[in-house]
Design a protein. Structure first.
Length: 125
């Protein structure tokens, strides 16, 4: 009887060990990597000068003279896709807006900023 009890306990322990160590095929919700494209669009004559966005889980800051349109592809896994940009327009009618594109579709677009000093930002959620 004692041997049967010991064998049962050992088999039960092994069953729990193997079932708890098995690889889980289902990904953790929210852990999938998303292919994201960021796009900043300015009207004619706008110069985009600063862009901040997430690439992977790392914030990236770029400065320069990017002209009136800027695009970048990124992979996002744990952070919310977001982008912010600044630019200078030639007149008060100048505009600047941001887009987040997933699978070729615009999933979020900011309202257009207008004026000579332009700023736009947007997040997916």
């Amino acid at each position: 009887m004692k041997n049967l009890r010991k064998v049962s306990l050992i088999l039960l322990s092994l069953a729990f060990t193997f079932s708890s160590c098995s690889k889980d095929d289902d990904p953790t919700p929210g852990s999938e990597t998303k292919e994201v494209q960021y796009k900043i669009i300015g009207s004619s004559g706008v110069n985009i000068s600063t862009v901040v966005y997430y690439d992977g889980d790392t914030p990236v800051s770029k400065t320069g003279n990017f002209g009136s349109e800027w695009t970048s592809d990124a992979k996002i896994s744990t952070k919310t896709p977001m982008i912010s940009a600044n630019g200078i327009g030639p007149n008060d009618n100048s505009t600047l807006k941001a887009q987040i594109i997933v699978d070729g579709k615009v999933v979020k677009e900011s309202a257009a900023s207008s004026g000579k000093v332009l700023q736009t930002s947007i997040s997916f959620f």
